[in-house]
Ligand binder design. Structure first.
Ligand SMILES: CCOC(=O)c1ccc(CN)cc1
Length: 330
């Protein structure tokens, strides 16, 4: 089997939302497909009312195919200090028409304020490796790990777009979605992430600078978080850029035209247009803008989030014993 699902951006592409179907009859929720985590969790009939502000809810009692996983619970916190937790059901989950029975659906009984405030986000679909799943006492598999058994190929692809809807495909690599060839690099899943090595960078039309650093391909993070030295070097070329401690990163006048940023990924190059790096205004006048590239300081590795991923067609290839990431222009 194979399938395709929409990746619809919220304002400023802060995140992309994908409709999925849970239960019988199907209940459609819009979730954030997140290659940086491994829990499928949703707002539900068991989420306290004062924590729900407009989200669609999964109600397992209205699904003839749901069953509670006795004694199981989950609790997760993300890099941005948001968090959620709750209990676990099994039910049928379809993403892009690929339907998987007995998928662990983690039902939120607590969510942090950041999730409550985002009315259009009904939950997360974690597509990192199952070793990061937080269900206890018995860890659960991700939807993709379960789907890979029935997909024509153990792959999924991300075609995110700038201020436009893109797609996530499962079990198929759609040639109409990219240009030229796909360059594959090995992924290291030992920490549960889609982690890979970068070989250097260039700013605008300057010469390529070699730099060895590793990062994770993370569809669930908005920006690109890179080594401090690289980021400092980049903003030297942005008129009026400065590191604003109170905004928590580099800002610049919205009229600045940031240069392109080229990321070296093995033998291939990913060019992030400067327009993607002029991420969004931080003030209501649209005077000062926040950079789409920021420092990864304190994380321990870089995070290649949506600002970078939307410049490419990305293949998440879970071929047993040698996961790979494929990169193509489009
Ligand atoms: C605004 C609601 O979304 C989140 O808080 C959120 C989304 C994804 C992730 C995973 N990187 C963390 C928090």
């Amino acid at each position: 089997s194979s399938g395709s699902a929409l990746a619809d951006p919220e304002q400023n592409d802060i995140q992309y939302l994908t409709p999925i179907q849970i239960g019988t009859p199907p209940q459609t929720l819009n979730v954030d497909v997140d290659s940086g985590s491994s829990d499928l969790w949703v707002f539900s009939s068991e989420t306290p009312e004062d924590s729900v502000q407009g989200q669609a809810l999964y109600d397992p009692s209205k699904s003839s195919t749901s069953e509670e996983v006795q004694g199981a619970s989950w609790q997760i916190s993300y890099g941005d200090q948001s968090s959620s937790g709750g209990v676990v059901y099994r039910d049928t989950v379809a993403v892009g028409n690929v339907s998987i029975k007995g998928q662990a659906v983690e039902v939120a009984t607590t969510v942090s304020a950041q999730f409550t405030r985002d009315a259009s986000n009904d939950g997360l679909l974690g597509l990192a490796f199952s070793s990061l799943n937080t269900v206890s006492p018995q860890q659960e598999s991700t939807w993709f790990d379960n789907a890979a058994k029935v997909l024509d190929h153990p792959v999924w692809t991300a075609d995110l777009k700038y201020h436009a809807a893109g797609t996530y495909d499962f079990g198929v690599i759609d040639k109409s979605k990219y240009a030229g060839k796909i360059t594959y690099v090995n992924a290291n899943s030992s920490d549960g992430f889609w982690m890979f090595d970068m070989s250097g960078y260039s700013v605008g039309n300057s010469t390529f600078k070699t730099a060895q650093f590793q990062g994770i391909a993370d569809t669930g993070t908005t920006l690109a978080l890179l080594p401090e030295q690289v980021v400092r070097d980049y903003y030297r070329s942005v008129r009026g850029a400065k590191l604003d401690y109170f905004q928590g990163g580099y800002v610049f006048p919205c009229g600045a035209r940031p240069p392109n940023f080229v990321l070296g990924i093995g033998p291939t190059r990913l060019t992030i247009p400067g327009t993607y790096i002029n991420y969004a205004p931080i003030d209501s006048f649209g005077r000062t803008c926040f950079g789409g590239i920021q420092s990864d300081d304190g994380i321990g590795f870089s995070i290649i989030g949506d600002v970078a991923l939307k410049a490419a067609f990305v293949v998440f290839d879970a071929t047993p014993d040698q996961p790979r990431l494929g990169w193509a222009s489009k």
